[in-house]
Design a protein around this ligand. Structure first.
Ligand SMILES: Nc1nc2c(ncn2[C@@H]2O[C@H](COP(=O)(O)OP(=O)(O)O)[C@@H](O)[C@H]2O)c(=O)[nH]1
Ligand SMILES: [Mg+2]
Length: 217
């Protein structure tokens, strides 16, 4: 049955495709990609696992900054559509050497500026911490005109909302929204309803949802 407008996409399969540590290792650009960005430990891998309905496909780690690769996952939806989820390396490694930081910046910037299949970027921000300079830098980078790709959807996501007291959740998300000047989806890996809402937004942003609702670019 074709999906109905407003419904949540159902994941029927998810698999790891490949990882790249330099631009020449990126897989051929095929289909539609949604990238997930955020500082180390913000909850990227956990969110990817939750959205893909897989416990440990995107490896989660308690050691911040141990992922220096761009990893690609292929997600198959019930209507047969394929979406690639892309786990970007976390930023905010103060302890890294300068050359390592510039290698990282080169890879991530090349990907974000040139990738023709990139439809949307989910920018993750810890709900308790709010955006800092790295998040602003990333938004500025994504706002620059890009030569080879279409304009993309930027979705801000406030993570680990369960760690904020229930009465503080709405104000915390609202603060981040005001700070970034764009809509923010609050999520927690333990909150299925919020995860579904985010999935619907990502699906719309991918351009694969039926009669997509307008999304702010
Ligand atoms: N309470 C809570 N903890 C979370 C949530 N998401 C991630 N975490 C924890 O935060 C830590 C870092 O998560 P991870 O997904 O590895 O972050 P990454 O470095 O951004 O990939 C891990 O200990 C996770 O269990 C969440 O929604 N709620
Ligand atoms: Mg991770």
């Amino acid at each position: 049955m074709p999906p109905t407008p407003g419904s949540t996409p159902r994941v029927v399969d998810a698999r790891y495709l490949t990882s790249a540590s330099s631009p020449n290792q990126l897989p051929p650009p095929v289909g539609v990609e949604i990238a997930f960005a955020g500082r180390s430990n913000v909850g990227k891998s956990s969110l990817l696992n939750a959205l893909m309905g897989r416990r440990n496909l995107a490896r989660t780690s308690r050691t911040p900054g141990c992922t220096r690769l761009i990893s690609f996952f292929e997600v198959k939806l019930a209507d047969g559509a394929l979406i690639r989820f892309v786990d970007l390396p976390g930023y905010g490694y103060a302890r890294r050497s300068k050359s390592e930081r510039s290698e990282w910046a080169g890879l991530i910037e090349t990907y974000l500026k040139d990738r023709v299949t990139l439809a949307a970027v989910a920018l993750l921000v810890d709900a308790r911490r709010g955006p800092e300079v790295e998040e602003r830098d990333l938004i500025a980078l994504l706002s620059e005109p890009a030569a080879s790709r279409k304009p993309l959807v930027l979705l801000a996501v406030a993570t680990k909302l369960d760690k904020v007291a229930a009465s503080e959740r709405r104000p915390a998300v609202e603060r981040i929204r005001r700070d970034l000047g764009r809509p923010v989806a609050g999520v927690s890996v333990t909150d299925a309803e919020r995860l579904d809402a985010l999935w619907r937004q990502l699906w719309t942003a991918s351009g694969l949802a039926p009669n997509p609702a307008p999304v702010q670019r």
